[in-house]
Ligand binder design. Structure first.
Ligand code: ZN
Ligand code: ZN
Length: 410
């Protein structure tokens, strides 16, 4: 395998400047999950202009196929959605966009997770390959996936026939910008990010006047008891060697201090790595919620699924090969070992749907001064602002290198 990337697949000053302009445009124009209509139009046009075969998929998803003769088929994914966050970075290309939540509420919208960096670097990667057809052979599949933040987009694309609309790759690559030194990439082998399951629980009680508790089934007392007992799952049901998180992120009940409400609603978020641990945690949740309701003489609570993120598993063999490629590209010091993240990602669903390996890596978004000053704003913060240089060129070089390690060489 050649250790050098052909000149035609490398960024120039001019193409780097264009990369930054694309990024600024995308940053200023975020859209909420599964509502990325203008973003999808923009991406489809850009890919179409480059000569790729472009198809819409899964609502606001876009897939671009770059064919260049016989050879391996390789996939690269970027996610496209923004978040309901009011941007406070003070950047001159900051977002002032708004979006609407499912219930119609208007909310400020920001690319607070850096998915704009993923789109910009992927477009530039596609452009470099489209302009360098003498240098490689095969087919590249660029998957621009909506709705990552709600764990909906990868499945939406798969269910809409992604792998019928586009040729099936032998491997899927993906990347994400994270707090860390810009210019570095971070790779972790095996189970890299957790499975996430979210639920909404409606606890039914019996309403009454606050002065007559004997006529009520108080859903706040009952719900509080559920919350406390649910917090024993990780400490008492999961082995200390295994990792799990149970978070109750919202709890709503009642309208007035002297009215006992007839219901309480809370939401739960669960993170696990091992399927066996996930089974234990999820079944314990159902058992505790049901048993606590019984203990209070309350009706059976309603448990609704909100979202599910699959595990993110980096194929160990492929990850080791890619780490070696990254060391050639960036130097040993710039390639960092990762540790397991309790965060979640639906990227894994794309490769899993066709039984091919996936590798997902992170690239740093901060300059040294910001890091020295303390913890930089993390993804989802209103202050999240990756430095363009060298963060974005690093994302392009990583993607170009990953794809080049698989395609045919000319
Ligand atoms: Zn995010
Ligand atoms: Zn993200």
């Amino acid at each position: 395998m050649p250790n050098t990337i052909p000149q035609a697949l490398k960024l120039t000053d001019e193409s780097t400047a264009e990369l930054f302009e694309t990024y600024k445009y995308l940053h200023a124009n975020p859209e909420l999950s599964m509502q990325e209509h203008q973003t999808a139009d923009y991406l489809a046009k850009r890919l179409n202009d480059l000569g790729l075969e472009v198809a819409r998929c899964g609502g606001t998803g876009v897939v671009g196929v770059l064919r260049n003769g016989a050879g391996p088929v390789v996939g690269m994914r970027a996610d496209t959605d923004g978040l309901p966050v009011l941007e406070d970075t003070g950047l001159d290309y900051a977002s002032s966009a708004v979006g609407n939540l499912d219930d119609g509420t208007e909310v400020p919208t920001m690319h607070a997770c850096g998915h704009d960096t993923h789109m910009a670097t992927t477009l530039k990667t596609a452009e470099l390959y489209a302009g360098a057809k003498d240098a490689w052979a095969g087919t590249l599949v660029f998957v621009l996936q909506p709705g990552e933040e709600i764990g909906a987009g990868a499945n939406a694309m798969v269910e809409d026939g992604l792998w019928d609309k586009a040729p099936k790759p032998e491997i899927m690559y993906g990347q994400h910008v994270m707090p860390g030194l810009a210019g570095t990439v971070t790779l972790m082998s095996g189970a890299a990010m957790s499975t996430a399951d979210s639920f909404r629980v409606t606890v039914y009680g019996k309403g009454s006047h606050g002065s007559m508790p004997e006529h009520s089934i108080d859903p706040i007392v009952l719900g509080a008891s559920m919350v406390m007992r649910l917090q024993t799952i990780v400490s008492r049901q999961v082995a200390p060697q295994s990792a799990a998180v149970v978070t109750i992120g919202s709890f709503h009940a009642g309208l007035k201090e002297n009215i006992i409400s007839d219901r309480a609603v809370f939401t739960l978020n669960v993170r696990t790595f091992e399927p066996e641990v996930r089974d234990v945690v999820l079944s314990s949740i159902r058992r505790i919620i049901s048993a606590e309701a019984q203990a209070s003489g309350a009706p059976e609570p309603l448990i609704e699924d909100l979202s599910h993120f699959p595990p993110l598993y980096n194929d160990p063999h492929e990850t080791a090969q890619l780490a070696e490629q990254f060391r050639l590209e960036f130097g040993n010091e710039q390639v960092l070992p990762g540790s397991q993240l309790m965060g979640s990602e639906d990227f894994g669903a794309l490769g899993a749907a066709i039984g091919v390996p996936s590798v997902y890596w992170f690239f740093g978004g901060n300059d040294a001064e910001t890091l020295q000053a303390g913890a930089p704003p993390a993804n989802h913060s209103p202050f999240f602002a990756p430095v363009m240089d060298p963060s974005l060129p690093t994302g392009v070089r990583a993607a170009v290198r990953a794809l080049y390690s698989k395609v045919g060489k000319k």
